[in-house]
Write a protein that binds this ligand. Sequence first.
Ligand code: FAD
Length: 517
Amino acid sequence: SESTQTSTDPPRSKGAKRVKEDEANRTLVWFRRDFRLHDHMALARASASTPASQSHLLALYLISPEEWIDHDEAPIKVDFWLRALPILRKDFAALHIPLIIRTLDRAKGQHADVILDVCKQYRISAVHWNREYEVDELARDASVQQLLQTHDRQVYQHHDQCIVPPGQVLTKAGTTSKVYSSFRNSWYTVVARNPSLLKESRFPRANEPSALRELHEAFEDGHIPESLDQFPLAESARERARRDFPVGEEEAKKRLHAFIQKKMGMYGENRSSLALQGTSILSPYLHSGMVSARSCIREAKEANGNRLEGGMAGAVNWMAEVVWRDFFRHILVAHPKVSRNQPFKAEFTRFPWASDSGDRSFQAWTQGRTGYPIVDASMRCLNTTGWLHNRSRMVVASFLCKDLLVDWRKGERYFMQHLLDGDLASNNGNWQWVAASGTDSQPFFRIFNPARQSQRFDPDGAFIREWVKELRDCPKEDIHAPSASIAQRLKYPEPIVDHSKARDRALKAFQQMRSAS
Ligand code: FAD
């Protein structure tokens, strides 16, 4: 089952306060990275469990600045979430469901304390939420569950983020597959055997407006700030994000449908081009749960004659990318050390990262001033928009940990602090894939040549010209690797390392790690 009732009969101490009759019906859904009403497991289950005749469903969102700082959430992402809240509240109001907002201040109480207060204030007896799988989130949710149960509240946690819940795609030996291709094949088998995994969960039923009189003030219970001091964002970045990434599930659905109709067919051909927008650009919406991964696969599959495999190559390729998302979440659950800053392959704890030049070259990388146009264009694009094409992510990640020998964890953190879709499982999984320290990674000796990547995936230099102003007028034949004299004339930085020497240095460092193992 997708849902797990984690509270059955909570232990009661003698004389403990029992929930009163009228408290037994009211149900709360705690929203986190799941800003939507459609196809939302916790909401559907909570709605199904409340009596139709009464108004008993409430929703809660906790604004948690301190937790978000601990998790390196990017200001542009926090802005995305804050922009989503008024829409969520409006969508709920249409169903007469109050969305309560609380801003957490750890000095005054943790998540658990605040949720218990809300339960007491609104006489709530059951709380539902969709599971999050990162180590900190699991610990947080366990403490919320414990406190609520101690106070006689039922807790229901649901699997919703992945299409197949973690732990259900297994090898013959009963372990989570560490190899993506075999994971994907088993994933197809599991999904084919359980069509309900792709089924849309039911839209929540509206509360009875008449019974809500007493809760009326709850429609506006909790202020939604426009911004948070802890997450400063330049006005220009804010405006750009509003234009490029409007929030809400309607927008997410629109993008999904447009992608399926217009671009999915050519996904295989166009997905790697930096100049074409050949991918769905749905990652911010998937990360924040404005669209469910289930809907993505369900709709792509339908468009592909109801097939996961075979049929339209673009559809098959695209669905396989969405499976990568499940894969890295399953890995995170099976190997929680990756969420604790550990390389998947233990030998990489001994990798001799550069200690001397790390800071200087890391800074040049973050600023997009490495003298490698494709790297610089990509980093400037990330810094300005909060989003980056997958090819760019691979190129800059490879350049950081192989050409500059900077520990991949610094890059991983920088990405989290700047990405609109920064997602621990996918970010960590992909950084480790590039660094070769992860499960089923590319081999270490596969070191991208930035100029060649640029020639292949941005042949006319359109992407470079868009982001590296100095090179706007650089001739096409020079743009991928400008000569020293051209760089000087255009006031573009000279390369901070020589790629072929850097490659040799990286391979030596890898051998050093190997011989020490
Ligand atoms: P599409 O190509 O349209 O794919 C559809 C969806 O499938 C994506 O939105 C995403 O949810 C999923 N997906 C696609 N590729 C991958 C992948 N390799 N791994 C996991 N899921 C995938 N993706 C994130 O969502 N968050 C991250 O923090 C993140 N960090 C990354 C860091 C590095 C170094 C690299 C190389 C990749 C990272 N990715 C991350 C994966 C990938 O780059 C993005 O998911 C993709 O570029 C998003 O664009 P899209 O929505 O147009 O993808």
